[in-house]
Write a protein that binds this ligand. Structure first.
Ligand code: AMP
Length: 477
């Protein structure tokens, strides 16, 4: 089985307590991955790394921050499918030399890592994991050495020299041109932080600053503070200030001279639309589009496309709530809460077997009888993947006395597995890839069922620069 990582990344530059800030940022990216967490931090001379399986709050305890001192850091949270669920694949990855180190955190998935790994192994590289992200790290190392870099030099002055940094940046540029797929990267050396976004910008990556006098403007030359991260909600969590997104095909280099941008490839923007549908937090803004606003709009268009007479509109928490509010707003049907979600359990996808997944829904979601009894209910979810959640939900709503259950979905039918970083099951498990609409309606037991159309989705966003491969099978890479 190939890799299907869903991840969150962060990079901090110039802050006194870079590891602690990374901890806060990773906690607000926890929805992007719950299996492992890690932070690498540099004090200017040495990089230290701590990573382990579990939630951010499981991996890091108070005492750890006393040793994780330094002002440059990269951090990572990871969600992986069963095959890759080991500590070996936890990030950041680190490569140490005699007198220098690199740490790297990757969100995304490469499509050419097998070939690159073979090439690197032929040239003597060794790997400690099966992760495609380690291939990126080792490729940078190789390019750096080829460029005449001196990470192994015993002379610290030379290690920090401009030339050395330039060689390293050049190695990152060369690597970014060789790898293909989706990648949002935070990379650090002892004295530099680098962000990289793939030419399609499939996974998000944005830049924040801190409102200290020294960091009010970009490109100042006397030491600013920056954060790079998957989602803007993580910038808010450290009381930072959103500056801008890293552009598709852009590398940003942050060092003592400030922030410098390198365009290494043409911007062929195709951001993953599923980030807006399901994955990202509603308080994040990705490429200028508010995730919550996108969800409202998808709900509104869904109401225009598939209206139905009903007494109440409810949403499946959390990712269906925005669309439900949009649907209610556009249809005039009153919005109700209707369903409550247990805050203390993880995502249903984590349950390894189908049986466990099905029963997890009863634990995770319940109906509020007083909102629903005797009513015709429109229930909105953001997506149907296997159909497990929707089938159980209809059961739960009927059990609570709903007279009719009309299921509406604010994304089109998921027909194709994603190979660019969203965890979707194989094609034969995707209910929409092998069933017609009416069959799915019967299967989930709803009185009616409708999905937003691909056209409708385009209308909701007012743009078409997205990867919609899971819906239409057309992937940019
Ligand atoms: P399913 O029960 O397999 O049909 O999954 C659909 C439900 O899972 C919806 O409520 C979605 O909000 C949620 N979902 C969609 N995509 C993912 C994903 N990649 N990981 C975890 N949950 C997801």
């Amino acid at each position: 089985m190939g890799f299907r990582d869903e991840c969150g990344v962060v990079g901090i530059y110039g802050a006194e307590n870079a590891a602690a800030l990374s901890y806060f940022a990773l906690t607000s990216l926890q929805h992007r991955g719950q299996e492992s967490a890690g932070i690498a931090v540099s004090d200017g001379n040495k990089i230290k790394l701590r990573k382990d399986m579990g939630l951010v709050s499981d991996v890091f305890k108070q005492g750890h921050f006393e040793t994780l001192n330094g002002n440059i850091a990269v951090g990572h949270v990871r969600y992986a499918t069963a095959g890759g669920r080991t500590i070996d694949n936890a990030q950041p990855f680190m490569n140490s030399f005699k007198n220098g180190s690199i740490a790297l955190a990757h969100n995304g998935q490469l499509v050419n890592h097998t070939k690159l790994r073979e090439m690197l192994e032929d040239h003597g590289s060794t790997f400690s994991s099966s992760s495609d992200s380690e291939v990126i790290l080792k490729l940078i190392v190789r390019k750096y050495i080829e460029n005449g870099g001196h990470l192994g030099t015993p002379n610290e002055e030379e290690n920090n020299s401009e030339l050395n940094q330039q060689r390293f940046v050049e190695a990152v540029v060369q690597t970014a041109k060789l790898i293909s797929g989706s990648f949002a990267l935070c990379i650090m050396t002892e004295n530099m932080l680098i962000g990289v976004r793939d030419p399609n910008g499939i996974r998000p990556l944005c830049i924040g600053g801190f409102d200290t006098p020294a960091s009010q403007a970009l490109n100042h030359r006397d030491g600013g503070q920056f954060i790079l991260t998957s989602e803007s909600c993580a910038i808010d969590s450290v009381n930072g200030r959103f500056v801008r997104d890293v552009e598709p095909g852009e590398i940003v280099v942050i060092n003592k001279d400030g922030l410098r941008s390198i365009k290494y490839a043409e911007d062929k923007k195709r951001t993953c639309i599923f980030e807006y549908v399901y994955f990202a937090r509603p308080d994040s803004v990705i490429d200028g589009i508010s995730v919550q606003e996108a969800r409202y709009r998808m709900g509104e268009v869904l109401a225009e496309e598939s209206p139905v007479d009903a007494d109440v509109v409810i949403g499946v928490p959390d990712s269906g709530l925005g669309a439900a509010q949009g649907y209610a707003r556009a249809s005039g049907v009153p919005y109700g809460m209707g369903i409550i979600k247990n805050k203390y359990i993880g995502r249903t996808f984590i349950a390894p077997t189908q049986k466990e997944r099905e029963n997890m829904v009863f634990v995770k979601l319940n109906a509020i009888r007083s909102d629903l009894e005797g009513k015709r209910v429109i229930v909105i979810d953001d997506s149907i993947v296997r159909g497990t959640t929707s089938r159980r939900l209809v059961q739960i709503l009927r059990r609570a006395g709903a007279k009719e259950v009309h299921f509406r979905v604010s994304s089109p039918q998921v027909k194709f597995p994603c190979h660019l970083g969203i965890d979707t099951p194989s094609k034969n498990e995707l209910i929409s890839s092998n069933h017609e609409l009416e069959e799915i309606r019967k299967e989930i037991g709803a009185d009616s069922l409708a999905f937003i159309s691909l056209e409708g989705m385009k209308k909701a966003f007012g743009a078409d620069s997205f990867c919609k491969g899971c819906f239409n099978g057309e992937y940019p890479v």
